[in-house]
Design a protein around this ligand. Structure first.
Ligand SMILES: Cc1ncc(COP(=O)(O)O)c(C=O)c1O
Length: 404
């Protein structure tokens, strides 16, 4: 049975009208052959741990030649993520940064990109240190601005080729109106690239809202267990997919079979993890709001959040990432030192609740002036809320606040 990755949606027939949880588990392929089942009926998709594939003769390929180009386990992951994002093709890379780097290779020296200024620090590091070296130019903007349409019009140039956003942003949780931005991007023949890591396809599908390319750090919610790095690029456009596929096979940062399998396994429980961590996040956001030593809580699930209504319009959930400012740097340090169930660590999107200090961790390489402009201070903490019993998380935080 052969599959190609650039011939449209993989969801056919029986799987067409199914819910997201069913698609997370079953949408890879309805694998059947003459014996009834492919892969001996294995319920867990096999790990094809092979670098290369035998040929029956000249021009007799099984469709798999060399694992940098194609691998069945990777193709299974790519099909599932394609389906979840309503795309037509997906490429699985060795990390989220490998995915973003691959997408940047679509551009040429002299190209200009409008970029959200409050992005994951690693993305900014890539643009500032590698892409700029390749003579690309960037204008950083606040895409949550109410006058974003005018602001794009003002900043767009004849060489602007793309708009690159996260929504919610990392770490300040700002919300951009994807359809509106897509409309303006199309008017100017620009690609809209959306990093959908925070909400995942379970809560948000940027391609349905007019985006051209969706990026994921699969390390986060898709993998879901803090045990592997992965990146994914999903697109609707066959020409872009072909370019990306050429770039992936040429530059080589594709995802290894075992890591593909870990992400496949993670995706099976994406829905229940997203729901549970979101429920926990809402309770923690409310708890933090009630604390004297907390000055601000940035969680788009709160009705007071500036982007709440836009998010409700374009997504099916708020996610489980939240950022808050405490009263002093000392309070921030104490919280980081005292947490026990909550772990002081970089990254996000796993079953474990993690607390991160953006200024020295995820956003360490963002220039100080940009951090200040974005609102990232030494009093800023970011929580990736996991699926533990929420009362245990709140009790831990409450005890810490009481001891301060
Ligand atoms: C929103 C976002 N995009 C991309 C990345 C990069 O992903 P990775 O760490 O898998 O390279 C991260 C990492 O934290 C992230 O938060």
């Amino acid at each position: 049975m052969q599959f190609t990755l650039d011939k449209g949606h993989f969801i056919t027939g029986y799987f067409m009208e199914r819910g997201l949880n069913t698609l997370c588990i079953h949408s890879g392929v309805e694998a059947k052959n003459e014996t009834g089942f492919e892969n001996y009926g294995a319920i867990s998709y096999p790990i094809y741990q092979t670098a290369t594939f035998a040929h029956g003769g000249i021009n007799k390929s099984t469709g798999y030649d060399y694992s940098r180009m194609q691998n069945p386990t990777r193709n299974q992951l790519e099909r599932i993520v394609t389906n979840l994002e309503n795309g037509s093709a997906c490429i699985a890379l060795s990390s989220g940064m490998a995915a973003i780097t691959l997408v940047m290779e679509l551009f040429e020296p002299g190209d200009h990109i409008l970029v959200e200024s409050d992005l994951y620090g690693g993305s900014i590091r890539l643009f500032e240190n590698i892409s700029k070296k390749n003579r690309m130019a960037f204008t950083y903007m606040d895409f949550s601005d109410e006058k974003i349409e005018e602001s794009i019009e003002k900043n767009i140039q004849s060489n602007t080729k793309a708009i690159y956003i996260e929504t919610p942003t990392n770490p300040m949780m700002k919300i951009a109106d994807i359809s509106l931005i897509a409309k303006v991007a199309k008017r100017h023949n620009c690609l809209l690239i959306v990093d959908n890591t925070f909400l995942t396809p379970y809560f948000q599908n940027p391609l349905d809202l007019g985006a051209d390319i969706v990026i994921h750090s699969g390390t986060k919610y898709l993998g879901g267990h803090n045990d592997t790095l992965a990146g994914l690029v999903v697109t609707l456009d066959h020409v872009i997919d072909e370019k990306l596929r050429f770039l992936a096979k040429t530059t080589g940062a594709v995802l290894a079979p075992f890591d593909c399998w870990l992400v496949l396994r993670g995706i099976k429980t994406l829905g229940i993890r997203m729901e549970q961590s979101q429920k926990n996040a809402i309770k923690i956001a409310e708890f933090l709001e009630s604390q004297d030593k907390v000055d601000d809580v940035f969680y788009p699930g709160l009705p007071t959040h500036k982007g709440h209504e836009i998010l409700k319009k374009q997504a099916r959930g708020y996610g489980a990432m939240l950022t808050f400012n405490v009263n002093t740097q000392e309070t921030a340090y104490k919280i980081l030192e005292k947490v026990r169930i909550i772990k002081f660590a970089e990254s996000l999107g796993g079953v474990e609740t993690l607390i991160t200090y953006p200024t020295t961790q995820t956003h360490a390489d963002v220039p100080e002036s940009k951090k200040i402009k974005n609102g990232i201070t030494p009093r800023t903490l970011r929580l990736s809320v996991g699926i533990e019993d929420v009362q245990d998380l709140i009790t831990e935080l409450n005890d810490i606040f009481n001891e301060l």
